[in-house]
Design a protein around this ligand. Structure first.
Ligand code: GCV
Length: 721
């Protein structure tokens, strides 16, 4: 009897462990869950239309494409599909680049192929020799791989695969993740553990994570990765590290992903033994040429360098009396013979410049338009300050007609609650991409600058500062995976709708059940405005606690550089609050085209969401809803808190659609978010109240702590700092 009880207990424990580990895997598997199709009608459409796979092509990339189809389809259809290397039978899925197809198939897809670019794909239902098939093809194997992921996504989202006639190409050339990963594996502004790159074990130990990382990126079309922090360490350019980089490049190559590195401008001095890093010095230029040659010898498809120069203490050409053009062009010449690019960042501001920080990048870079080499692209953050919950678009977008400009978004949530807050960032990304610059009249959106269509750019790019670390779920918060996914999808096509992306992601990651999708999608869509409401409503910005940027710190005023202090940004006083960037203030509005300048400059037409970004207004200023500014601001903070409560209510009803582990994780994280939203509301309102001198309006909860209490909080070990 006792024996049976013991066996039963052991059995229950084993079952528990198995189910726990499969939950854990769900977190790890991202949007590539490949769950069984439960809708019988749609499932039968799939099983009749796909009876086998025909894999044409011998490259590693082709093999990966076929393997992924097998993995995905066998799992979703619960059926083992036969893989053949020759076209026969019917209702097969034929996969291969155009050149690998047989002549009949080549003929059928010939006109579709003319509509795609080098990375594009065609998915087409065809009939050859009286037999029906679905062909996934492209000009190159990587296009086929993208086509495979797109096809699998159709199945994951339960879309029909009848009469397919799809041609798709990425609209942007460089679709890149920027890892701010240090060589000691800490990550600047990383909230999901340590760096994936295990430099100590490389090059000999290839972690399965590297392969899974490449696979996840390829599935959303990302084609480049900058492995190292922009606050760069020159050691990465030494032979000892380059062989490790080579090992990673070898893993990523078949997935269509190129490796890039950050170049520390002073590297010729630090590791090259030279006395100077002056870009006009021949020995320096030669040192970089030689370095590039050595890199390309071992990594022939090396992408190039990303450079942060003369910004926040990083060395650069200005240390030698030269300018950004001198620096960028010198590096561009070094990589040009090998087809490399230089991504030169425009994130610059100086403590020696008394100008409004928001104006400095434009002032410094715009005059250089047309002066960079052909293989230089200037990388510009989405807004003129620094990845705030909301910023108006950067005035440099569209302002340099003769210079390729690439977008830099931040996927990691430095200023948006780290990986603890659920914030769906494609809403933010889209708001920027859809903004109209008016540079060539109405409709000159930022997206058109970024995809190059506005000025016929020579090449185009978009970068996302990665939110990936070695946490089991990659991104710290299960919903932060949606931000990685969404960035990739928008990099592929900046015109995609963020709601469509949320829908896809939810279906691929959790469930196709509409009872789950509808409320949770709505929760995601609203989550960005929610965080703006409880952190920085009505155009407030950069009032996070300084250094680590965790939690509110509007009172901070003691840092050496004025623009590092939140008081610099909100300028609250007895008369009101906000930064006057109109012509009565710093005149930052003049950096926009006249249409936008006029809109932002006039307090009456300035969108209320940007009000305190551009104007200092009185506490009694009347908002459009009739509220005074003080009341309106207070109510916005309260609204943000209420919205998080609503997110909790929505999530609590999803238990039956989600595995236990992820359900619980999100539930706990939302509880933290709720607590922190209240912290933000109370701390900010108590602080600003000292200046407004007004009571909190009805409907705003009374703070439970004093301002002194909030000001006393310290976080010496906040992550990512
Ligand atoms: C990598 C902000 C961040 C820094 C970051 C910098 C940049 O200032 O706080 O951590 O440095 O932006 O983008 O270079």
């Amino acid at each position: 009897m006792r024996h049976t009880k013991k066996t039963l207990l052991a059995f229950v424990i084993v079952l528990f462990i198995i189910s726990c580990s499969s939950w854990a895997q769900k977190d790890y598997k991202l949007w590539l869950q490949y769950d069984k199709i439960t809708n019988s009608k749609i499932r039968s459409e799939y099983t009749t239309s796909i009876t086998g796979i025909v894999g044409l092509g011998n490259s590693e990339t082709s093999k990966i494409a076929v393997k992924e189809l097998e993995l995905g389809l066998n799992s979703m259809l619960e059926k083992k599909l036969e893989v053949k290397s020759k076209l026969e039978g019917q209702n097969t899925l034929v996969v291969g680049a155009q050149s690998a197809l047989n002549p009949e198939l080549q003929k059928v897809v010939a006109s579709d192929i003319t509509q795609i670019n080098e990375e594009g794909f065609v998915i087409k239902s065809v009939t050859v020799n009286n037999a029906k098939h679905i062909v996934i093809t492209g000009k190159n194997d990587v296009g086929v791989l993208y086509g495979v992921y797109s096809f699998l996504r159709r199945i994951q989202t339960n879309k029909s695969i009848k009469n397919l006639e799809i041609t798709e190409s990425p609209k942007i050339n460089l679709r890149i993740l920027n890892h701010w990963d240090n060589l000691d594996r800490t990550i600047e502004r990383g909230y999901a553990g340590f760096s994936l790159w295990n430099w100590q074990k490389l090059p000999d130990f290839i972690d399965q994570r590297y392969i899974d990382y490449a696979r996840a990126n390829a599935s959303i079309g990302i084609n480049g990765t900058v492995l190292t922090n922009v606050n760069a360490n020159a050691l990465i350019l030494t032979p000892q590290y380059l062989e490790k980089v080579e090992a990673l490049a070898n893993v990523f190559r078949p997935y269509g992903i190129k490796v890039y590195l950050t170049a520390r401008f002073s590297a010729p001095v630090e590791i090259g033994g030279l006395k100077t890093a002056d870009p006009k010095d021949t020995a320096v230029a030669n040192w970089w040429k030689d370095k590039a040659k050595k890199i390309y010898k071992i990594i022939p498809d090396f992408g190039g360098f990303l450079v942060k120069a003369n910004s926040e203490g990083q060395p650069g050409p200005q240390n030698y009396g030269r300018n950004h053009v001198d620096g960028a062009n010198m590096l561009a010449d070094a990589v040009a013979p090998f087809g490399g690019v230089i991504m030169w960042r425009a994130f610059v501001y100086s403590e020696h410049d008394a100008n409004d920080r928001a104006k400095q990048a434009y002032a410094e870079f715009q005059p250089y338009d047309g002066k960079f080499r052909d293989n230089v692209i200037v990388q510009v953050k989405n807004g003129a300050i620094d990845f705030q919950p909301r910023e108006p678009f950067h005035p440099l977008f569209g302002a340099m007609q003769k210079t390729p400009i690439m977008m830099e978004f931040q996927i990691t949530q430095e200023y948006l609650g780290f990986s603890t807050h659920l914030v769906y960032l494609p809403q933010l990304f889209k708001e920027v991409l859809d903004s109209d610059t008016y540079q060539k009249g109405k409709g000159s959106t930022v997206a058109k600058v970024v995809d190059g269509s506005l000025y016929n750019a020579k090449f185009t790019g978009i970068a996302g500062v990665s939110n990936i670390g070695n946490d089991l779920n990659w991104t710290g918060h299960p919903f932060a995976q949606a931000n990685w996914y969404g960035f990739g999808r928008l990099a592929w096509n900046p015109y995609l709708d963020s709601e469509t992306i949320a829908d896809e992601w939810l279906k691929c990651t959790f469930s196709n059940d509409e009872n789950f999708i509808k409320p949770v999608k709505e929760m995601m869509i609203k989550s960005r405005e929610t965080v703006v409401n409880y952190m920085t409503p009505l155009g407030l910005h950069h009032i996070m606690d300084t250094g680590h940027h965790y939690g509110p710190g509007p009172w901070v005023a003691n840092l050496s550089r004025p623009e590092w202090n939140p008081v610099y940004y909100h300028k609250a006083d007895k008369n009101g609050i906000g930064f006057d960037r109109s012509k009565t203030g710093t005149n930052a509005t003049s950096q926009y085209t006249p249409e936008i300048e006029k809109l932002f400059d006039n307090v009456a037409t300035c969108p209320e969401k940007d009000l305190l970004w551009f104007h200092h207004v009185s506490w009694d200023y009347k908002l459009k809803n009739g509220q005074t500014l003080w009341n309106g601001l207070s109510l916005k903070y309260q609204e943000g808190v209420d919205q998080v409560k609503e997110m909790q209510n929505i999530w609590n009803k999803t238990e039956k659609y989600v595995d236990g582990e992820r359900f619980k994780e999100v539930q706990m994280l939302l509880e933290i978010q709720y607590k922190e939203a209240k912290w933000w509301r109370d701390a900010c309102l108590l602080y600003f109240q000292q200046y407004s001198g007004k009571e909190l309006p009805a409907g705003v909860e009374k703070p439970t702590q004093t301002l002194e209490y909030f000001q006393s909080l310290k976080f010496p070990f906040a992550p990512g700092n």
